[in-house]
Design a binder for this molecule. Structure first.
Ligand code: ZN
Length: 673
């Protein structure tokens, strides 16, 4: 019998035959698909014909078709419905797939063909998308060191190996420090803590074999403890233990590792011909240069610091009214901010939820896409990969654009968080199959399922990513949908969140699930007020980390990263009662791998764009303005990575974004108010 993963999928929309696939099919399907991909790549690399765009680049685009088919189904299941067998297979596959991908970028014959095409690109008669594709392939190879020879190639291999081992050590040390510390809480030390915090502390105590509740450094326990415990001395002890993670001396200390990581990165960048690691890392990003990143961060810094200082004064006043003298300290901020939140913006999530049923919010997300882009959604029958999954045909003007799958409910076999993935990405090359786009969330089941405001925002966020996939309209899969720069990819998702809170959406869709009544205006206003609460603090603690990350990767690697960190914070004038969101010894974004190194800024970069992009709709006088929506589709949602993001954004907006809309969105424009 043919393996159903490798067979032709001939059902409606060429969906995978979910019910025919069993777990035992995956391993042999991967083996066969990997062998086929290897044979295809070898045939390209060893071809006796002179390289052409078609026999090399387009051939590579199609070389891994079977592998993509199998992986598309498998990785969706491994995240959304993991079984022990699927988890084990995932562990087996990781080194195999990593080896396969480095085999490709280290293939000298293959790189020689791509290099030859790249050197003669002017005379190849390529269209703009082909030109971009060739550039992306060339960069993928050179940036991983394919052009290095001899001792330099050897040194690059050593650097990568050493880097992998010490960054893993960094994570493990951090985990050891986090799980190693706990402090038993006496009954009178539970005073002021809400039930959920006490329950968490008791569960943590049990887990550690203690008789009573304990405080641990897990974020879900320590943050609410700092918010609610009136015991100042205990807050200080807890905060200082939390801030010391990775810097406790001894075997788990991360400070020397951080220094070595930065040195290795600098060396790697220099081997590849860049003046610094930041220059290397930012080259393919929208920001392009360290200067552009610093410029953005510093423009937000001044108003954020002013807002935080104004807030600090108010919180200090509240503390002095409590009879405590002296300065507001880092362990005081969350406690007094929580008191202030209750006084100024309190509302009960329970009041909001009846207006936000899951069905109503799916309807709202679809209706918004219909008003903006003319998309129609028709529910289709499963079965899909799990009984909870629902599917829709997405069309416009009678043309099917995609299949959208929504997998909304939490279950034990699903990893936490929410995400969007493409089980099959959009492309025109090779038969233009219908894209299959999945949104996975972790909402609580109910009858009906009711969402919190945060849940509803998550639904809109992931649906924004889904639109980026479904409206994608490019020839090559390598450039399709969300395959864009890290500091650009959150634009469509964060932008889409704005439509949840416009009055038109809330009035039409946020209706009580029993009575059909719209959400009362007073409740809506409280929701809006809560959105900007304590943003001075959040912005300052985030920017502290982002500026230190940037400084670490510009110029020569610092001998002593802790001294460098202190210098940067002194220079920007970090407020006394706020510390970095992630200090160096526990800054995993930067030291547990390369993901967000010289890239922690990108969260804010995307937010600058989404705030500015939404303002384009507001300026048009209609948040559903069809002309602005058409431009957004043409230059952002359909374009994938077919052109550089800064060009796309400028075409959409007429200019690069300013920071004012972000400051307005965070309530930082007039900090005195
Ligand atoms: Zn996202």
């Amino acid at each position: 019998m043919t393996n159903p993963l490798l067979a032709d999928w001939t059902g409606p929309y060429e969906l995978p035959p979910f019910t025919e696939i069993s777990d035992a099919d995956f391993a042999p399907a991967f083996d066969a698909a990997l062998a086929e991909a290897r044979a295809n790549i070898a045939a390209i690399a060893d071809s006796p014909d002179a390289p052409t765009f078609v026999n090399t680049i387009e051939a590579m685009e199609l070389a891994e078709e079977a592998l993509e088919k199998v992986a598309g189904v498998f990785y969706n299941l491994a995240g959304a419905d993991a079984t022990p067998a699927r988890q084990e297979l995932m562990r087996d596959l990781a080194p195999k797939l990593a080896a396969f991908s480095s085999e490709i970028t280290m293939n000298k014959a293959l790189f020689a063909r791509i290099d030859q095409l790249w050197q003669s690109r002017e005379s190849l008669g390529l269209d703009p998308e082909q030109d971009r594709l060739l550039e992306q392939y060339y960069q993928m190879f050179t940036r991983s060191g394919a052009a290095l020879e001899g001792a330099e190639a050897e040194r690059m291999r050593e650097i990568k190996q050493r880097f992998a081992s010490i960054t893993t050590q960094f994570s493990q040390n951090l985990l050891a420090d986090e799980s190693g510390w706990f402090r038993p809480l006496a009954e009178d030390e539970l005073e002021g803590l809400p039930d959920f915090v006490v329950d968490t502390a008791r569960a943590a105590g049990k887990e550690r074999g203690q008789d009573g509740p304990v405080l641990t450094l897990s974020r879900s326990l320590i943050v609410p403890f700092l918010q609610f415990s009136p015991n100042r001395e205990l807050r200080r002890i807890a905060y200082e233990a939390w801030a010391a993670r990775g810097a406790n001396g001894g075997e788990t200390d991360n400070r020397e590792i951080a220094a070595e990581v930065l040195k290795l990165r600098e060396e790697r960048a220099k081997l590849l011909g860049y003046e610094s690691f930041a220059a290397y890392k930012l080259e393919p990003e929208m920001a392009k240069t360290p200067e552009a990143v610093r410029d953005l961060l510093m423009r937000v810094w001044a108003p954020a610091k002013a807002a935080a200082e104004a807030d600090a004064a108010k919180l200090a006043e509240m503390m002095h009214a409590d009879g405590i003298n002296g300065d507001l300290e880092p362990w005081d901020w969350r406690y007094y901010a929580e008191k202030r939140r209750v006084a100024e913006h309190d509302f009960d999530e329970g009041q909001i939820k009846p207006y936000l049923s899951l069905d109503a919010m799916i309807g709202a997300a679809f209706d918004t896409a219909n008003r903006l882009f003319g998309l129609k959604f028709k529910e289709i029958d499963g079965p899909f990969y799990h009984a909870d999954v629902r599917g829709w045909e997405v069309s416009r003007g009678g043309k099917v654009l995609a299949v959208f799958l929504g997998d909304y409910f939490a279950r034990g076999s699903k990893r936490s968080g929410a995400w969007c993935s493409a089980m099959r990405s959009q492309r025109k090359l090779g038969g233009a199959p219908v894209p299959i786009v999945v949104n996975v969330c972790n909402f609580a089941k109910g009858d009906p399922a009711l969402l919190s405001h945060d849940d509803a925002r998550t639904l809109f966020h992931e649906f924004g990513h889904a639109l980026h996939q479904m409206l994608s309209n490019v020839t090559y899969q390598f450039l399709s949908g969300t395959s864009v720069a890290r500091d650009f990819v959150e634009l469509p998702s964060q932008l889409y969140e704005h439509w949840l809170d416009v009055p038109e959406t809330l009035e039409k869709h946020a209706r009580h699930y029993k009575t059909g009544e719209p959400m009362p205006t007073e409740l809506r206003e409280k929701l809006n007020g809560a959105a900007t609460f304590d943003q001075g603090f959040s912005t300052v603690e985030y920017l502290g980390s982002a500026l230190v990350d940037l400084a670490f990767h510009e110029g020569a690697a610092p001998e002593d990263p802790m001294a460098k960190q202190a210098e940067v914070l002194r220079e920007i004038g970090m407020p006394h009662a706020i510390r970095m969101r992630h200090a160096t010894p526990h800054f995993s974004h930067v030291f547990s791998g390369d993901g967000y190194s010289a890239g922690y800024y990108s969260y804010m970069w995307s937010e600058v764009m989404d705030a500015d992009a939404f303002e384009a709709f507001e300026e048009a006088g209609d948040v559903f303005d069809p002309e602005t929506a058409a431009k957004l589709e043409r230059f952002v949602l359909s374009a994938g990575n077919s052109r550089p993001p800064e060009e796309l954004y400028t075409e959409f907006r007429g200019k690069m974004p300013g920071v004012e809309p972000l400051l307005k969105g965070r309530g930082l424009l007039d900090p005195a108010a």
